[in-house]
Design a binder for this molecule. Structure first.
Ligand SMILES: NC(=O)c1ccc[n+]([C@@H]2O[C@H](COP(=O)([O-])OP(=O)(O)OC[C@H]3O[C@@H](n4cnc5c(N)ncnc54)[C@H](OP(=O)(O)O)[C@@H]3O)[C@@H](O)[C@H]2O)c1
Length: 299
């Protein structure tokens, strides 16, 4: 009975209806944009595939966060088939173990390793970076990462703080991806062939207008102060931050080195566990370089 009451009061919130109406409109817009590009765009929206490139005899490393379900799980399986040594990042060792089993069951030649990381904790990300470097050295792999996919993300209905005192959603969706990318940049730069960073964002940032971007907002303090937890706003804002970070990172990396590319995927999926193939093959998706006219990284 308590659960029903809780669900009912959730459905009666402004945030719930805002999410239902605005996100549906954004999704319809994404479908329309995709249709328009396919039918009328002069340049076809098809990007060259960038298959993994072996380093001598060694398989290239791909790190994928949130690899224990949904888009991350499907992408991990696909990338293992493509020839990457896939590093799964997730917060539950049990789910990671299950995921390895699932991939190996479907592809017995897959090379997979898993690390338990809580992306809402900076300490956990730092520990992961050290463990990853040690693992690469110990297993005689090339000490580099060819592909990093920042996919982990949450939509939390209630307010929680991370260990460092940030809003949980901002911490996971943006600050975690930012910190991980920053810490793994030396490994990405160490790749003898152009490395790639793919950030999984969302179409929902289109619903934000006139947002004040300052430190208070970025760490989630300003948004979560209101009486009712504005979860849809915070989700949209976290994805907007990730998008802006992708643009800026791409710009800065290109000033120094043309070979490292940053891409963004705005996707929508049914949310089922372990899609048969990467869902962006089936659902409306938009995958583009962080620089509008820049090079593209992954399809
Ligand atoms: N599905 C959609 O319709 C949609 C639309 C637009 C954008 N996206 C974005 O696409 C990405 C993947 O979506 P999805 O639907 O595949 O999500 P999902 O099935 O809920 O998977 C999210 C993954 O992120 C992991 N994760 C969550 N918090 C974490 C943390 N603190 N540390 C480490 N891992 C954490 C989860 O691990 P646990 O299993 O341990 O929770 C899970 O593996 C997200 O960034 C989402 O915002 C999804």
């Amino acid at each position: 009975m308590r659960e029903v009451k809780k669900a009912l009061s959730f459905i009666l919130t402004v945030e719930f209806w805002r999410m239902g109406i605005f996100w549906t409109l954004s999704l319809v817009m994404s479908y329309f944009q995709l249709f328009w590009q396919r039918v009328f765009a002069k340049k076809p929206n098809a990007y060259p595939r960038c298959p993994p490139q072996r380093i001598g005899t060694k398989k290239p490393i791909c790190v994928i966060t949130g690899a224990t379900s949904g888009i991350g799980a499907a992408a991990a399986y696909d990338l293992s088939k493509e020839g990457f040594y896939v590093v799964l990042v997730g917060r539950s060792s049990q789910l990671l173990y299950k995921m390895i089993e699932w991939i190996l069951e479907k592809n017995k030649d897959a090379c997979v390793e898993a690390f338990e990381v809580d992306l809402s904790s900076f300490q956990s990300i730092l520990k992961f970076k050290d463990s990853l470097e040690k693992w690469l050295l110990d297993s005689d792999m090339h000490v580099s990462v060819q592909l990093l996919i920042n996919n982990a993300g949450i939509l939390a209905a209630s307010h929680r703080l991370t260990e460092e005192g940030y809003d949980q959603m901002m911490g996971t969706n943006y600050i975690g991806a930012f910190s991980l990318t920053k810490l793994l940049l030396p490994l990405l730069k160490n790749s003898p062939v152009g490395s790639r960073i793919v950030n999984v964002t969302s179409f929902t940032h289109r619903n934000l207008f006139n947002v004040q971007i300052d430190k208070e907002t970025v760490v989630g303090k300003c948004l979560s102060r209101s009486k009712q937890y504005p979860f849809s706003h915070i989700y949209e804002f976290s994805k907007l931050c990730l998008l802006m970070f992708s643009y800026e990172l791409h710009r800065q990396l290109h000033l120094a080195d043309e070979s490292c590319k940053v891409s963004v995927i705005r996707s929508w999926s049914s949310g089922n566990q372990y899609h048969a193939r990467t869902p962006f093959l089936y659902f409306p998706y938009d995958i583009y370089s962080a620089q509008p006219s820049g090079p593209f990284a992954i399809t």
